[in-house]
Write a protein that binds this ligand. Structure first.
Ligand code: ARG
Length: 612
């Protein structure tokens, strides 16, 4: 049953957004929300699908406006998870009830500690001790699963998910797009895994194609086995650049390259073993560098795997009558609505060889067979949007219904990322640059502690800085990169998150002896403490939002706000020098804040530091 009480959208009395701008989205425009007090969860679903219950879930203060014929709600702070919030409001069902009558109907209970009326409104205040007790208990009970164990996820079906990300091309540049794919893919995989899905991480290397003809021919001329072993990525890239230049001037080299590739395609043993050699060394090096990023893959796949299988795909397309020959001799799949070839995708060259999309078709079919997954996710920059649209479309034409469950997570371009050496060529250059710049900043900062391993700390902070910068906005937005902005210690940066985490951690270390789990929540009634608690309560909503649209920005902005709130609380609510009972309660609050901060950072792919 839909409760007759209705909350009006934002046009009602002022909605005070929570800090950090997050609140601006509440309530979503134009929505109609049925009574949030209903015990039927479905009635608390917003059109966006987000379970909201923004008032039911425990605002510390709120008011009903009863002057509009409906009830609109203004609240000072949004909190979540006061599921037990069932004041006497359920008992009245007339909308145009006068506020003083309403007040009489509403009874204080264990959750609502105070009710008063103003002109046209009824105000209520929740029991703040209960708030403190509930939140802290939950945070420590659930630990790293805090937020994830929330009722918001209780009906979520657990799925098998394959996520393909990073996917650089051997012997070519590892550009910023690959870096973004790596950290975004890692985040999506972390999040899905945390929510209980079974995740397989695949790296689909660009390990086939004419570039290997050139590389093979080039290596015979300019290659050096020792250099290949000591620095494979760099050496192969150098050889590739050199041979490309040489081929421009020398037709002979072009021919050699073609020969090499032809032999490769024909699976000539010696040629294949050389290719394998390049690939193995490169992967070994990738694994080492991904480790610095805290990223791993369950499978290193690549275009090379699908050379033969793409011929099978072409046959299948042909049998299904989907293949059309063009005057140029290529084969295409018609993707136009009117079937007039006004939109098509080329899947075969005139010489019979496959293309990037043909290999992707074979790879998708193979992946589905191998993993029998519910969803396949691909993470690349948006220049490949059309490619993936067409890929999914062709799969569907082939009769694969699961194509509807394939998803392309695409992202925008980063401009101006340079290192001291110049343009970014290797992933490792970016990591080194972030680390050395951070090390320099740390050395010049007065607050820096004597660290056991400054290089490692600088690396973790530098990485946090890169990730937060990258995850702050919508993934599809382009942005201009600047080292100075990224590495700022104040403001909304990864450095600030790491700093907050380190500070809260050292506070805990300092007071290790005086720590108690049994605290007096009456000591946590200051507004600064309440703000932190309220914010902690909302963590599940933010996870929910990110899980819906796969945008990390919700979590980023949540963590930045949490850090700001914790910093304010830390300043105004000292632990040291306070009476033991008070100190213990505050310490517990900061411990909770640190725990949730660390959880969120890890999801984003950041390793929280304990000192800096
Ligand atoms: N290697 C490709 C590139 O660097 C990205 C591969 C994306 N994945 C795919 N299944 N097509 O552009």
């Amino acid at each position: 049953m839909v409760h007759p009480l209705r909350l009006l959208p934002a046009s009602g009395p002022a909605q005070t957004p929570a800090r950090g701008g997050e609140g601006a989205a509440y309530p979503p425009e134009g929505c109609t929300i049925h009574c949030p007090f209903s015990s039927d969860r479905k009635e608390r679903l917003l059109p966006s699908g987000l379970v909201h219950a923004w008032w039911g879930r425990g605002c510390t203060r709120g008011s009903f406006d009863v002057s509009h014929g409906g009830l609109s709600l203004s609240e000072e702070h949004r909190l979540s998870a006061f599921k037990s919030f069932e004041p006497a409001t359920r008992k009245f069902d007339k909308v145009n009830i006068c506020s003083s009558c309403l007040q009489k109907t509403l009874k204080c209970d264990t959750v609502v500690s105070e009710i008063s009326t103003g002109p046209g409104t009824v105000n209520f205040t929740i029991n703040k001790e209960l708030l403190a007790k509930t939140v802290l208990q939950q945070v420590f009970k659930d630990g790293s699963e805090y937020g994830i164990k929330s009722e918001l996820f209780s009906t979520l079906p657990r799925r098998k998910i394959v996520i393909e990300f990073s996917s650089p091309n051997i012997a070519k540049k590892f550009h910023v797009g690959h870096l973004r794919s790596t950290i975004i893919g890692n985040f999506v995989a972390n999040l899905k895994e945390a929510l209980g899905h079974q995740v397989t991480r695949i790296n689909y290397l660009g390990d086939w194609g004419m570039q290997f003809g050139l590389l093979g021919a080039g290596f015979q001329q300019f290659g050096n086995e020792e250099e290949l072993q000591s620095n494979p990525l760099q050496h192969l890239f150098e050889v590739y650049v050199q041979v490309n230049k040489a081929a421009e001037e020398d037709e002979n080299i072009k021919k050699l390259a073609q020969d090499f590739f032809r032999k490769l395609e024909a699976r000539d043993e010696q040629t294949l073993s050389m290719w394998q050699h390049f690939r193995d060394f490169s992967i070994e090096e990738y694994v080492r560098i991904y480790k610095r990023l805290g990223v791993h893959f369950d499978e290193y796949s690549g275009e090379s795997f699908y050379q033969e299988k793409s011929q099978e795909v072409l046959k299948m397309l042909d049998t299904k009558g989907l293949l059309q020959k063009t005057i140029k001799g290529t084969r295409v799949v018609d993707l136009s609505e009117k079937r007039d070839l006004s939109l098509s995708s080329t899947v075969m060259r005139s010489d019979g060889t496959s293309l990037y999309i043909t290999r992707d078709l074979a790879a998708a079919i193979d992946r589905m067979k191998k993993y029998n997954c519910d969803t396949m996710i691909y993470v690349t920059d948006k220049s490949q949007n059309t490619h993936f649209e067409q890929l999914f479309q062709i799969l569907k034409l082939m009769g694969y219904q699961w194509a509807e469950r394939c998803q392309h997570v695409s992202f925008g371009l980063v401009q101006g990322m340079k290192t001291r050496k110049g343009e970014v060529v290797f992933l490792e250059d970016v990591l080194n640059e972030a680390r050395s710049r951070m090390l320099q900043n740390m050395a010049s900062a007065k607050t820096t502690k004597e660290l056991e391993n400054p290089l490692e700390t600088a690396e973790k902070i530098g990485l946090a800085a890169l990730i937060i910068q990258d995850f702050k906005g919508l993934l599809s937005s382009d942005y201009q990169f600047s080292w100075d902005r990224v590495l700022q210690s104040r403001g909304d940066t990864g450095v600030f998150l790491q700093y907050t985490h380190a500070r809260l951690h050292s506070l805990e270390q300092m007071c290790r002896n005086g720590q108690s789990t049994d605290i007096n929540t009456a000591c946590l009634q200051d507004p600064q403490a309440i703000s932190v608690l309220q914010h902690l309560l909302r963590y599940d909503e933010v996870l929910y939002k990110s899980s819906e649209d796969l945008q990390p920005k919700h979590i980023v902005s949540y963590l930045l706000t949490l850090s700001h709130l914790a910093a304010v609380a830390h300043k105004t609510l000292p632990v040291k020098g306070s009476a033991p009972e008070l100190a213990q309660a505050r310490l517990r609050l900061f411990q909770a804040a640190r725990s949730v901060l660390a959880n969120g950072m890890k999801l984003l792919g950041i390793t929280p530091v304990t000192q800096m």
